[in-house]
Every structure is written in C-alpha cells, then in structure tokens.
Design a protein. Structure first.
Length: 204
C-alpha cells in the first residue's frame, strides 16, 4: 500500500515545562475516531485511522504534579488519501462586507487563502473584510505532504454590492383629488422593491 493511502500518522508531543519533567504517563491522546485513548510520556505516538475524515485530536496533560492539570489542547486533523480543496461562503454581501469562510477540504495540513484584493491568510477558517464594492476571485490552496496529490486548489467569486438607497419622486408634486400620481423609483443598489401606498388619515 503506498504511503499516501494507508492513513497512518505520527503525532509529536511538543509540550514543555519550565520546572518539572513530564513523567512516563503524563499525557493521554484521544485520536477522535472512537478508539481507546493512549497514555504516554512525551514521546511521539503512531495511529492508523480506518477511513478519511476530519478528526478532533486531543492531547491532555494528566500529571497532577502540575498545577494546571488537567490541561488539554485540541486540533482538527483532516485526513484523505486524495487532497481536495473546497470551502463554503456566501457569494454576495453589502459593503462593508465581512466574508466568513468555512474550510470543508478533504485532507490538508496547511492552507493559503487569496482573497482577491491583495490580502492573504493561512488560517484554516478565516474571515475577511471587504471595504470596497466589486467582484473578488477568492482562491484556497491546500497542502498535504501525506496525500497522493500534495497540493490542490479551489476558487469562487464573491460579489460585494453597494448599500441599497431607497429614493423616489412623484408627479404632480402637489397631489390632487381624482388625479393619477406617477411614482418614479430612483433607488440604487437594490434588486427587489416593496411599495406601500396605503392611505393614512389624520384627525385634526
């Protein structure tokens, strides 16, 4: 079986302490796939997953000689023999628009986002502020040295629209009884409109 398809991975414990040394059973690994946790010291551990997916891997400090025990850290690990870059985000918004990106890639150890306006990010699930009206070509690059294809990319267009402004004129400017009044829509930045022409009576 090629290395890129066996779904076997090594996890390195990079925990550190300024005072005491970690004991041989100071940590517990939960690999997020329903298998039994593994108790170890600071050495690396190997684990094989039964299938591709995104797993929440948790490393917990169990040594009570440390005042912050129990303490844990969780990382999302994306595993797939074939790397597929993909993401979700609303395709339009009004300026100023903060786009929120959901990374749904299959696999991926690191990511680079190009937001189409000269800005980039290496966050897994970033958000980005667009302060100008326009169409922006967003591209996601995914990298995974354990996958068979190593690199993949995906793109989408985000349309940032101006804020709608409601406006109209009418004629005659002094409405007259039993005379048609013409309303002219002068709104900008909108697609749909709702007119309310209900008559309001005032008691003086």
């Amino acid at each position: 079986m090629p290395p890129c398809t066996n779904l076997s991975y090594r996890f390195d414990n990079t925990s550190s302490s300024l005072l005491n040394n970690f004991g041989p059973r100071a940590f517990t690994w939960d690999f997020g796939d329903g298998t039994l946790p593994v108790t170890t010291g600071t050495q690396s551990v190997n684990h094989t997953y039964s299938g591709p997916g995104t797993y929440q891997v948790k490393l917990t400090l169990e040594d009570t000689s440390f005042c912050n025990s129990p303490d844990d850290t969780v990382k999302a690990v994306r595993l797939s023999p074939k790397l597929v870059a993909q993401f979700n985000t609303p395709q339009a918004g009004c300026v100023p628009y903060t786009a929120v990106f959901e990374n749904t890639s299959l696999g991926g150890l690191s990511f680079i986002w190009d937001f189409g306006d000269g800005s980039t990010s290496t966050d897994v699930n970033p958000s980005h502020l667009y302060s100008s009206v326009g169409n922006y070509a967003v591209k996601l690059y995914a990298f995974d040295s354990t996958a068979c294809n190593v690199i993949d990319s995906s793109s989408a267009i985000i349309s940032v629209k101006p804020i709608p402004v409601a406006s109209f004129i009418y004629n005659p400017t002094i409405p007259a009884e039993n005379t048609f009044t013409k309303f002219t829509n002068q709104s900008t930045g909108a697609i749909n409109y709702l007119w309310n022409l209900a008559q309001t009576k005032y008691l003086l």
